[in-house]
Design a protein around this ligand. Structure first.
Ligand code: GSH
Length: 207
């Protein structure tokens, strides 16, 4: 199978971490969707990455669908719990929380790099940025509260929850280096430091 993505996309990093943690053979191709010659729009009508192309050319998108599909390919480890409906929901909710942080951070980035325009539009940009930044701040506090002093986001083993959250935080560090999320949330900072030591995270950060 082939994964199309870029090294900066947090959604792509999440999926790469799932593939790496589960040791699933794949080819990772850097293919920015807006660059001429990109094959992304041909395989994913939405023109977005990550896009996972299976050996029979089936294209799997978007990242929660890819993560769930890939997780069913083997049980080593099972990153989305298979038996308890409640635990499964909690892991998927962590993923939704992390994806929401990514969505808001991408929205802030998109607004911030838009060239300055008429006054009215500038005002709108400022309020959009603050709506999304506030959502990120609340989501981080929620994550820190849910994590507490545990080693993993959910249960006694690594799950998709940990991989999604670490991807969101890596993206925040990349795009909002001025945001001090570690100061108010030392438990999240300690968990992140431990996660950053994992071979999968190092590999996915190396490009
Ligand atoms: N909900 C989607 C979001 C994917 C997404 O928005 N990816 C961005 C890159 S971070 C993208 O491909 N944008 C299209 C573009 O850059 O043209 C997922 O989880 O896969």
């Amino acid at each position: 199978m082939k994964l199309l993505g870029t090294n900066t996309s947090p959604y792509v990093r999440k999926v790469r971490l799932v593939l790496l943690e589960k040791n699933i053979p794949h080819i990772y191709l850097v293919d920015p969707p807006r660059e001429p010659g990109s094959q992304v729009a041909r395989v994913n009508p939405l023109g977005r990455i990550p896009a996972l192309i299976l050996d029979d050319e089936t294209c799997v998108f978007d990242s929660p669908v890819i993560a769930e599909y890939v997780d069913t390919l083997n049980d080593t480890p099972a990153l989305i719990p298979r038996t308890s409906a409640l635990t499964r929901m909690r892991v998927k909710r962590w993923e939704a929380l992390a994806d929401g942080i990514m969505d808001s951070a991408v929205a802030v980035r998109t607004e911030s790099i838009r060239p300055p325009n008429k006054k009215e539009i500038d005002k709108q940009e400022a309020s959009t940025i603050s709506v999304h930044n506030n959502a990120i701040t609340r989501a981080l506090a929620y994550a820190a509260d849910q994590l507490g002093q545990r080693e993993w986001c959910e249960g006694a083993f690594i799950t998709l929850a940990d991989l999604a959250l670490v991807s969101a935080l890596i993206y925040l560090d990349l795009r909002q280096p001025e945001r001090d999320w570690r100061g108010p949330h030392p438990n999240l900072a300690a968990w992140f430091a431990r996660m950053s030591e994992r071979t999968s995270v190092r590999t996915a950060l190396a490009g």
